[in-house]
Design a protein. Sequence first.
Length: 175
Amino acid sequence: MTTTNDIKPWLFRVEPMEGESLSHFLGRVRQRNHISANALGQMAGIGAIIARWERFHLIPFPSDADLTALGEVVGVDGEKLRLMLPPQGEGMQFDPIRLCGACYGELPCHKIEWQFKSVWMCERHGLKLLSKCPKCGKKFKIPALWEFGECAAEGTRCDRCRLSFVDMKDNQKSS
Ligand SMILES: [Zn+2]
Ligand SMILES: [Zn+2]
C-alpha cells in the first residue's frame, strides 16, 4: 500500500462514549470501517502497536505524538484519546477484563476505570465488578472484540453461554 502524507485516508467517524476505554473505542472504529489493528496503525503512521493497546499492554505508554497521529485518522482529539487510558500514576490491570453489567445497561461500553488496580467496585451502582461470566465462568474478551452497534441489538453476550452483559448485573454482589 502506498500513501503520501498529504492524503488523509477517510474513515467513518465514531463518537467516543463517556468513560469509554481506548480498547473498546478502537474496536468500534475498526468494526465500523472494516479495518484491522495493523491497518489502522499504518494509516496513523505509528506502526503495529494498536493491537497491543487494545490488550491494554501500555508499556511503553502511548506518547502524545502517537495519540495525536491516531486522533487525526479517527477524527478525535489526541487529548480525548488520552482520557481513554489510565491517568498518570494509576496502576493498570489488563487481565482480567472487568465489567459492571448495570453500567453496561445504561451505556454499552467498557469503561477504562474498571481496569484500574485501585478499583474493585462500581461506585455508581455500589456493585462489585465482574471479572468473568457469572453463569459459566468464561473470562471476558478484550473490549476491542466485543459486539457493537447493530451487531449488539440484543446486547453483548458471554461468548460461551450467551448470557447478556446487561443481565449479568443480577449476579453482581453489592459491596
Ligand atoms: Zn455500574
Ligand atoms: Zn457465560
